[in-house]
Design a protein around this ligand. Structure first.
Ligand SMILES: Nc1ncnc2c1ncn2[C@@H]1O[C@H](COP(=O)(O)OP(=O)(O)O)[C@@H](O)[C@H]1O
Ligand SMILES: [Mg+2]
Length: 288
């Protein structure tokens, strides 16, 4: 079986993990850079070619290049009956934290109180008081995110956001210094890790000194994670979920369409790359 992985990076640690997993599974894996793919239509027939004009023969395509979107390649794969996962629509929902929030709200799924404006608005502090978290709408790995604890910090944030910059704000979830990363592949939960923030840091990322350990999920949380993946249309996702310590409720923080593989694999011993390949293989078999 031949599986393509659409990636803007040519080689990185996650691609190496995919390559190793493919060898173990006996899958022929091609890393395909979106800019090196050519779509050609001739006499009502569609061809997917590489830059040497050779047909690209893949049975399934992993979309590991979520930003920008390659809608044309996705559409071509659909026409050629090549399963394409995650869909660009699902990736768009996950990339944009406010779109994620809206869809979670549409499906009655729990999240912190959230406010979004297209331009800083002076009434925001009345609408969503401190403590809160400002996150760049399309941010990742905590970059640019701020915890706002005082009215002064709030005013400074509103002042410094320039005109026509949107603002995504979330009430700060009182927590025990940790959150969970739950990985869902296809329609199953692959596993979860608990990420504990470094002393004095509110973000739990390993990049900010956080520690990780494997973690067992209650079935309620498994069901929640599966539902979140389903409503967002994600077949591959890493969900960040926090537990509000005041009432023990789950709060969904975000969905990642391209979850990092290394930290999860090192903590749990579970290969996400292998699970993704297994999922792609099952899609191809279903498609046959
Ligand atoms: N509303 C919140 N309340 C408390 N902590 C939060 C909240 N939102 C995010 N965090 C912390 O910040 C981290 C990063 O936020 P997240 O929504 O996962 O965005 P990203 O990882 O894309 O930067 C989370 O893992 C969590 O530790
Ligand atoms: Mg996160």
């Amino acid at each position: 079986m031949r599986i393509g992985i659409l990636s803007q990076a040519r080689i990185n640690l996650d691609l190496q993990r995919f390559t190793r997993a493919a060898v173990q599974k006996g899958v022929h894996l091609s890393v395909l850079h979106p800019r090196q793919l050519i779509l050609k239509i001739r006499r009502e027939k569609l061809y997917l070619l590489d830059t040497y004009m050779r047909p690209v023969q893949v049975d399934a395509m992993i979309n590991w290049a979520p930003c920008p979107e390659f809608l044309e390649i996705e559409q071509a794969c659909r026409i050629l009956r090549i399963p394409f996962v995650n869909s660009t629509e699902a990736v768009r929902r996950a990339r944009n934290k406010m779109l994620t929030s809206l869809i979670l709200c549409e499906h009655d799924l729990p999240q912190p109180e959230t406010a979004f404006v297209n331009e800083a608005h002076p009434a925001l502090p009345l609408l969503l008081p401190v403590p809160l978290v400002f996150k760049p709408k399309s941010g990742t790995t905590g970059q640019g995110a701020k915890k706002i604890e005082t009215a002064h910090e709030y005013r400074t944030l509103l002042m410094h956001r320039q005109v026509r910059q949107d603002l995504y704000l979330q009430s700060y979830v009182p927590n025990g210094g940790w959150d969970l990363r739950v990985v869902v592949i296809g329609r199953s939960v692959l596993g979860a890790i608990k990420k504990t923030a470094r002393q004095g840091e509110w973000r739990t990322h390993v990049a900010y000194g956080g520690k990780v350990e494997p973690c067992q999920l209650e079935s309620e949380l498994e069901q929640l994670a599966l539902r979140v993946a389903e409503v967002l249309g994600l077949s591959i996702t890493g969900l960040d979920i926090m537990i509000d310590k005041t009432n023990e409720s789950y709060q969904i923080l975000e969905a990642n369409a391209v979850p990092g593989l290394k930290i999860f694999e090192e903590a749990t011993g579970i290969s996400v790359a292998q699970a993704i390949l297994d999922h792609m293989i099952s899609l191809v078999k279903k498609n046959a």
